[in-house]
Unconditional design. Structure first.
Length: 451
């Protein structure tokens, strides 16, 4: 090493673990180099200058509030640098992809460097996380939403006979990669504590459900004890016709985009009661596709340990490698998954918020619909022709389908919509259900996005 923070890995590797940071902070020599604001200001400044980002004039390096404002300012400058090149990708069909990607990657590295440097400079956990709580989610989300609008305009102007498929995908691919990295940079200790709390919540007592034990787990509903309203309503089995419709539609479209025999790689976010997961695993046999050499390799991400254990129990019933369970928050599992490898993504997680636990939210909200952020993450994982199906009940003034059509569909090759009437099965949401009304359940929409 030629200095106290000469690489991106130095702050992250040494200081990411609280116990290590606490130990090293009590060593005078380490504290002098890594916890010394002027030294860190110098090295951060050198890194920023490499991207032609000017360092804000120093107000008072011993004033922590002033330091924080400077760090936020530098994050914003690094994002503006990244945004400039994303804008070029969205609007300039002749731009050299490699050059733009390198500049975008450089801007993201600066943001990462700033966050890690702040952690290294502050040895007390509540101070070391103060910058990530100021991460400009609102502005970044707003800019991403506008970029998608610009890209949509460019895409319409180029068709027909304009840019080819690979050329049209390069901006969504770049934006999807940026969204994945930005999300990792923005995760706060409050969110990590929420996930940990959720993992420790006890399941409510089971009741007999609509389906037999081979088709669902946990009976009538999957509710967790606790939270602001007394329980967390993860799932209720009145949804089974909707889960089947989503799974059937996703499999049909994913299979149609492949030359068979083939193995469709499927990813589901949230095992829940296992209704959709079992349906997806059974698709080759149910549809007769197995006779044509079609198989399903199913993966699921599950946060709650009891639910994850249920998924692992189901995995043992299938041939080795047919079903894989990833345990943890999907926001942290996603970056570890390979890009461009999945044929179908089924999205139906419980979106946990501080409000669910009766806590005030300490971090910024994203300045874009969450469905846009989610589907950017999915885009990175899908192969060309891959499909996303997702639970489409919205609790705002715009329907989930409206948001998908307006903000997400421009990034994908195709958008299809089907409907299912749960009411005709003679079932309806449980009394006390907080996430779907009887009216909503009568006509649920099955949106499908194709990359």
């Amino acid at each position: 090493m030629t200095g106290p923070l000469t690489g991106l890995q130095s702050a992250g590797a040494v200081w990411h673990q609280p116990a290590v940071r606490k130990t090293l902070c009590h060593q005078p020599l380490v504290r002098k180099t890594l916890c010394h604001p002027p030294l860190l200001q110098k090295h951060v400044g050198q890194y920023l200058e490499s991207a032609q980002i000017h360092v804000m004039p120093v107000i008072n390096l011993r004033n922590d509030a002033a330091l924080l404002e400077q760090a936020v300012w530098r994050l914003l400058q690094a994002w503006k640098f990244t945004l400039r090149w994303l804008h070029e990708l969205a609007t300039n069909g002749t731009l050299t992809l490699t050059s733009a990607e390198q500049q975008v990657a450089h801007g993201l590295k600066i943001m990462q460097f700033e966050l890690r440097s702040w952690e290294a400079m502050h040895c007390v956990p509540e101070h070391s996380s103060s910058l990530v709580y100021r991460f400009p989610r609102n502005l970044i989300g707003f800019d991403i939403k506008n970029l998608v609008g610009m890209y949509s305009t460019t895409k319409r102007a180029a068709l027909p006979g304009g840019l080819s498929g690979p050329e049209m995908r390069r901006f969504p691919e770049a934006l999807a990669s940026v969204a994945s990295q930005i999300l990792q940079l923005a995760i706060t200790p409050q969110e990590q504590m929420l996930w940990a709390h959720f993992r420790g919540m006890e399941l409510e007592q089971q009741e007999a459900g609509s389906l037999d034990d081979a088709a669902e787990s946990f009976g009538k509903h999957l509710h967790l004890k606790g939270g602001r309203n007394g329980n967390i309503q993860v799932m209720q089995d009145w949804e089974w016709p909707y889960m089947y419709a989503l799974a059937d539609t996703g499999f049909e479209l994913a299979r149609g985009s492949r030359i068979c025999p083939c193995t469709l790689r499927v990813l589901e976010i949230g095992w829940g009661e296992g209704i959709s997961g079992r349906r997806l695993l059974a698709q080759p046999a149910l549809t007769g596709a197995a006779q044509h050499g079609v198989e399903v390799q199913y993966e699921v991400i599950e946060l709650h340990p009891v639910v994850a254990q249920d998924a692992l129990k189901e995995a043992k019933k299938h041939p080795h490698g047919r079903m894989l369970v990833h345990e943890g928050p999907w926001q942290q599992v996603f970056p570890r998954l390979p890009a461009g490898q999945y044929d179908l993504i089924f999205h139906d997680p419980y979106n946990l918020t501080p409000r669910d636990m009766g806590e005030p939210q300490r971090f910024e909200t994203w300045g874009m619909p969450l469905t846009l952020l989610d589907n950017l993450l999915f885009y990175r994982l899908l192969r060309p022709g891959g499909v996303v199906v997702q639970y489409a009940i919205s609790h705002g003034p715009s329907t989930a389908t409206d948001l998908l059509r307006r903000y997400v569909a421009p990034l994908y090759t195709d958008f299809q919509l089907r409907r299912v009437d749960v009411g005709r099965y003679g079932i309806q949401p449980e009394s006390g259900n907080r996430y779907a009304t009887t009216h909503q359940a009568r006509s649920l929409e099955v949106p499908a996005l194709i990359k």
